[in-house]
Ligand binder design. Structure first.
Ligand code: SAH
Ligand code: SF4
Length: 440
């Protein structure tokens, strides 16, 4: 989501004459778009700021004028005052819900001595004030992110999102469709719909009601040129029957789903306030796989949540063995200020967390390797996004987001073609085109 937000900040600053540059040394203004989800991400901000300060001083000494430094995103939201105390050379601090006001902040920062800080949760939604999104700069403009939902009301014990991103809100169907249409017209073939809880989507349908994610995906699938739809991150509690049916009926929905479970222990799931049991997660996965047998899953795991015993950890390992994941992100529990879990007794030792994380990651890596190895001999539809490293080579992505390389003509860039997978390389797959005619 920060990638999407950064692109939209660029859009909002473009009319002022700003354009992106590759390195901070070349920038009149640097915006650090930050993440607060784990301690390490937040700490990085201060070391980056120190580096930017030096660059600013060097630029000033070289007669290049002042470098404006802005801190955006969730660290700014949560620790705005602390940033200004620890790094008083910062000019602008802005939260994730106020970046449509950036032009005004830039003007105020130029006028005023002292920093400009805006970490409101405004009544207005930024999406009504942002200019149209420019064509994405990634993968030859063929794939793009699109935020449809933000914030969270679930208050998991460990998580800062409800405090930094604010209450759960959804963009209207009309606004999402219009943005997706513009993306498709500019060449985008694959869209990833974003939200902290994307399947809690309930955007205004323009007819006095609200749409579901499944309904929205159905509308998006009708947009000419838009071939593939993904969504992330979804919550097991919000997987409703309409979404399961959509995985069966909507061919544009990719059969790869990120569905975080965090833990396989009911006791820990309860302590986490996740609102479901391990069995309920298994059941949701069973129904999804029944609807779409080639569905692959990815997930998030936390080891060492307060109160997690060896037995709880073993329940997580068992859930992983039972379900089988194609990919996963796993983390040591990181206490976040202001969240209920941070103040709980029975915090787990760092060394124990380390040990559990290693075991968990070894198992997940095994499963990921097996999943990728299993692709050899299969035929996959690949969206070609550009040339490969070697001459005559194309690179693309499979439905499961695996990079795929084949020998093929440039005309296939931007198209989907069937590929017979012949080899599994370290981080990608190699194959041969089984027909050069593009197919949907
Ligand atoms: N809304 C999504 C997750 C968003 S945060 C969901 O509910 O599943 C992304 C991931 O970061 C989480 O799934 C979790 O695994 C991890 N995470 C969040 N807070 C954390 C913390 N305090 N310590 C360690 N990992 C954390
Ligand atoms: Fe955080 Fe996700 Fe829980 Fe919301 S549902 S509080 S975003 S982990």
């Amino acid at each position: 989501m920060n990638v999407y937000d950064s692109a939209r900040m660029t859009d909002v600053l473009r009319p002022l004459g700003y354009a992106p540059v590759d390195a901070p040394e070349a920038a009149d203004m640097v915006i650090l778009n930050t993440c607060h989800i784990r301690e390490r991400a937040a700490e990085k901000v201060f070391s980056e700021l120190g580096r930017l300060r030096k660059i600013g001083e060097e630029r000033k000494a070289a007669g290049l004028g002042k470098t404006v430094i802005a801190v955006a995103g969730c660290v700014a939201q949560a620790e705005g005052e602390e940033i200004l105390a620890r790094a008083p050379y910062v000019d602008i601090v802005l939260g994730p819900q106020t970046y449509h006001r950036l032009p005004e902040m830039v003007a105020r920062a130029a006028r005023a001595g002292g920093a400009v800080i805006d970490t409101d949760f405004p009544v207005e939604t930024k999406f009504d004030f942002l200019p149209n999104a420019a064509a994405p700069q990634t993968e030859g403009n063929l794939t793009a992110f699109l935020t449809i939902q933000e914030g969270c009301d679930k208050f998991c014990s460990f998580c800062v999102v409800p405090y930094t991103r604010g209450a759960e809100t959804s963009r209207s169907v009309a606004s999402v469709i219009a943005e997706a249409q513009r993306m498709a017209a500019s060449g985008v073939r694959e869209i990833t719909l974003l939200g902290q809880n994307v399947n809690a989507y309930h955007g205004d349908d323009g007819e006095g009601g609200s749409a579901t994610l499944a309904g929205l995906a159905g509308n998006l699938a009708l947009i000419p040129g838009l071939e593939r739809i993904r969504y992330t991150t979804s919550h097991p509690r919000d997987v409703d029957q309409s979404l399961i049916d959509a995985h069966r009926d909507n061919a544009a929905l990719m059969p790869f789903l990120h569905l975080p479970v965090q833990s396989g222990s009911d006791k820990i799931l309860k302590a986490m306030n996740r609102g479901h049991t391990a069995q309920e997660y298994r059941e949701v996965v069973r129904r999804l796989r029944e609807a779409r047998p080639d569905l692959a899953l990815s997930s998030d795991f936390i080891v060492g949540h307060p109160g997690e015993t060896e037995e709880d950890f073993e329940a997580t390992m068992q859930l992983i063995r039972d379900i089988g994941f194609a990919q996963a992100f796993s983390f040591k529990y990181s206490p976040r200020p202001g969240t209920p879990a941070a103040g709980q007794p029975f915090q787990v030792d760092e060394a124990v967390k380390d040990e559990r994380l290693q075991k968990l990651q070894a198992l997940l890596r095994e499963q990921q390797d097996a999943f990728n190895a299993d692709m050899v001999g299969r035929t996959l539809p690949v969206l070609f996004t550009g040339r490969g490293r070697k001459p005559g080579q194309l690179s693309g992505r499979s439905p499961y987001l695996q990079p795929v390389h084949v020998e093929g003509p440039d005309e296939l860039i931007g198209q989907i073609a069937q590929v017979a997978i012949t080899q599994r390389l370290t981080n990608s797959l190699a194959g041969t085109l089984i027909r050069e005619r593009a197919c949907a």
